[in-house]
Ligand binder design. Structure first.
Ligand code: UN1
Length: 511
């Protein structure tokens, strides 16, 4: 038996070709087969019968029925369901990480880290299940109470990307569950086995939770048509989508046309400002993890380094040496820091971005495909450093590959202007030991991103904060802080406990 088959069977997922899963009820989809390949060596992992639009419809109908039950279960009891999911995730942490590694190509450490994010959001959501608070507001009328309540919203659609094939679903689903909402998940067609593994965990918990409606959690494997069917389904009041800007535009437009809510977490073109006062050794570690981690395929990957003129040479010297010695290879091998790109298309996109950078005056170091010391059949690359002008067109684009554009600055004002002058606004960072610079970067006239870090790289956010960004990143906030409010509807209740009927704004209207 292959590693994947063994891993799936430990999770309890022994059915072949299943692409439509509603709770414990798993069946083959009516759509074409989705062939799953491993980025590690191009090996064929599975063929899965995908969902069709009719499958989407029946799944939405089941989720809507589940909602009618789940919304009336007290929130702390809904939290108990999520607590059990967290327990199972702890038991199967390395199984899920194995699926992440084989399907997304992440090194073991990062795959384990991703499953840890799932466990963390479970804990967070369990706590949140007792804190779905509304405000009590002073009423302007005598003997009136003005207060807010948060109620479950309905069934939620979640569309996720290959690069975080389990955690992003968990951020959405665990909050949605405690908020009283069933979830329908369309994972990336590149990583359906990860979703099957997650649904197997849900199935384990459902078998142990007779009071939880079966259609609380569904998975639909499919391509963009399935995503579009989810986006256009009026049975899903909220669609949360993570992925590229074009995908987000399509989903956002469709959801907006039916006046639904969308929660978008799209591309990033994340930068770090490296100031002269920074601890260079610390900064280098921050740069390298953020720029080459997950082979440059995180939304939060560091893509632009804006370094002060005075320290640029020293920094580039050190960085090039570190890049030249990076251990690249099989993501399960000890000591490897950089695994493969997801597929050949990612490699082509990287090559065309590097060619464009060169044509626009950039000086490229690295970026070549490795053919020795790495598994055959995968796309393994040496991460690239590109010294380039901040004005070059390519610098304004997100290429989902390990390319770090390096540009220089003289004043912090100039650095912040360069920093913000891209269409995306997800994660940002400054390395400085000057408190005034740090505070400026965090201020209203500093970074325009959703995530603003000081003396930390751009990637690797904790789940406790709200995650997301501005501009073309889509404006959504997932995960911690008050992101739970996305999954609920707020009512404003005004209760008159007097025997008069005073009108607001002092209006007199005697009948
Ligand atoms: C993503 O790339 O879509 O901050 C999510 C990070 C991770 C999440 C990234 N915690 O890098």
């Amino acid at each position: 038996m292959s590693t994947i088959t063994q891993t799936l069977s430990r999770l309890g997922a022994t059915e072949p070709a299943v692409g439509v899963m509603t709770g414990t009820d798993w069946r083959v989809g009516h759509g074409e087969l989705c062939e799953v390949m491993s980025p590690i060596d191009g090996s064929h992992l599975a063929s899965i019968a995908t969902a069709t639009e009719a499958d989407v419809e029946s799944t939405v109908a089941a989720a809507q029925e589940a909602f009618l039950i789940w919304r009336s279960v007290p929130a702390p009891q809904r939290g108990e369901f999520v607590r059990k999911i967290g327990e199972r995730l702890r038991m199967h942490k390395s199984d899920l990480a194995t699926l992440v590694t084989w399907e997304a190509g992440k090194i073991t450490q990062e795959a384990l880290g991703e499953v840890q994010e799932m466990i963390d959001i479970c804990d967070f959501a369990v706590g949140q299940s007792r804190q779905l608070y509304g405000l009590t507001i002073a009423s302007e009328r005598p003997l009136h109470r003005l207060a807010e309540q948060y109620h479950p919203l309905g069934a939620i659609g979640v569309i996720s990307a290959f690069n975080f094939p389990v955690a992003v679903w968990a951020w959405n689903a665990m909050l949605a569950f405690v908020c009283g909402d069933p979830v329908i998940w369309k994972p990336s067609e590149k990583t359906p086995l990860c979703a099957i593994g997650c649904q197997a965990i849900i199935r384990q918990v459902l078998e142990d939770s007779p009071d939880v409606p079966n259609a609380i959690s569904s998975v639909l494997v499919g391509r963009a048509e399935v995503g579009q069917a989810i986006a256009s389904s009026s049975g899903l009041p909220l669609v949360s989508a993570t992925g590229s800007v074009p995908m987000g535009r399509a989903v956002g437009k469709t959801v907006a046309a039916r006046l639904g809510r969308s929660l978008l977490e799209l591309g990033g073109n994340n930068a770090m400002i490296l100031a002269p006062s920074a601890d260079l050794e610390l900064a280098l570690r921050g740069i390298v993890f953020a720029a080459v981690g997950t082979c440059g395929q995180r939304c939060t990957t560091l893509r632009r380094l804006i370094v002060h003129q005075e320290i640029a040479e020293a920094c580039l010297d050190r960085l090039k040496k570190i890049y030249a010695n990076l251990v690249i290879g099989h993501p399960e091998q000890d000591g490897v820091l950089v695994g493969p790109l997801i597929d050949g298309r990612a490699w082509e996109a990287m090559q065309s971005a590097l060619a464009a950078a060169q044509a626009q005056g950039g000086r490229v170091t690295g970026g070549e495909k490795l053919n020795t010391g790495v598994p055959e059949g995968g796309y393994y690359v040496r991460p690239a450093i590109v010294e380039i002008s901040a004005d070059a067109a390519i610098v304004h684009e997100e290429t989902f590959a390990p390319i770090l554009y390096v540009m220089r600055y003289n004043s912090l004002a100039e650095a912040i202007t360069i920093h913000n002058n891209v269409p995306q606004g997800l994660a940002s960072s400054i390395f400085t030991n000057d408190v005034c610079e740090a505070e400026w970067f965090c201020s209203a006239s500093g970074s325009d991103c959703g995530i603003v870090n000081v003396n930390i790289g751009t990637s690797g956010a904790e789940i406790g904060g709200a995650f997301g960004g501005e501009k073309e990143t889509g404006g959504g906030r997932e995960s911690g802080s008050d992101a739970w409010k996305n999954y609920m509807r707020r009512t404003t209740n005004t209760v008159n406990y007097s025997h008069e009927l005073p009108l607001a704004q002092g209006i007199q209207f005697d009948v």
